[in-house]
Design a protein around this ligand. Sequence first.
Ligand code: FMN
Length: 331
Amino acid sequence: MSILEEEKKILCLAPMAGLTHAAFRELVAGYGGCTLFFTEMLNVRAIVFQNPAKDPYLITGQRDCPLRAQLVGREPELFARAVKRLEESFAFEGYDVNFGCARGAIQRYGWGVALMKEPGLAAEIIAAVKENTVKPVSAKLRSGFKHEPDQLLRFVEALIKAGVDQITLHPRAAEEGFKRPARWEEIKLLKEAFSLPVIGNGDVFGPEDALRLLESTGCDGVMIGRAALLRPWIFRDVAAFLEQGSYPSSPSPLEAPEKMAGLVTTYLPPALQEKRFELWLFWYLQNFSFGLHYFGQIKKERGLAAKLALLRKLLASERIGPYPARPYLLR
Ligand SMILES: Cc1cc2nc3c(=O)[nH]c(=O)nc-3n(C[C@H](O)[C@H](O)[C@H](O)COP(=O)(O)O)c2cc1C
């Protein structure tokens, strides 16, 4: 038996704003291997005060399950009301609270990683979510606002007291952005300090990295973000590698964009289809040496059909290279 089956490790698609919508999750699901999907972050205020039936962020696919909803905000009462509302008409597998997003605007509102400075309030948010659902409630964290492992431990302890069922750690401090390598040793620190499941995240760029992360930290699962944008089939490859030590070859460079164009048309409202396709291409094209140049050309084309036609030309003689699938900024 492989490490996947024996130890019930889970493989998660990371929540990524503007990117892990229903169409992209379906693309990932179609390639297989992912065992837990997350939505992009959902603003609790929007869920409470707008009509969820008309909210494009709440569209779900057919194969993107189990699907956990990631919530972002600040007021425990709004988290409670949002979860109550979602429980009434959606079939999410559980709820995740975003304590990790380090974007300027999010931090200015006091959301995301800014809440790591307020463990009392963060615990109240977890308790408010727990009170309104019997489903799993998880939290996604960075290392902290600054790099302070003792504070990280205290923060997690507060969330555990409030009832959190699982933690995902992206081990970089807010002030570090993506500038330094993820500190996987902090994933191990949490795993050793607490008995709840810990999902490891950060800098998994291929199947070999996933195995190294599992083995070096003892974590209960792996969450992959950017490399899944470059290779939506990465979960299939990780699962195969963990099961049998090898993985299939990559699909042709055009396959994923062709599928994605169909999926955005099926799942997203017309006003978002081209924007979301383009946003994903920014990442996908980083598989190729001249990807940013290709992206500049694709951006100038208007309409999905025109973008696809140009892609067919640009990618005709390209191939997907071996892992690791690193985004440009890290090469
Ligand atoms: C474009 C982008 C959008 C992101 N949006 C979110 C988000 O909505 N919620 C969240 O918790 N993390 C978000 N993240 C962080 C990722 O979920 C993940 O923690 C991070 O990218 C590290 O994982 P990776 O090295 O596998 O990419 C985002 C990251 C990127 C690159």
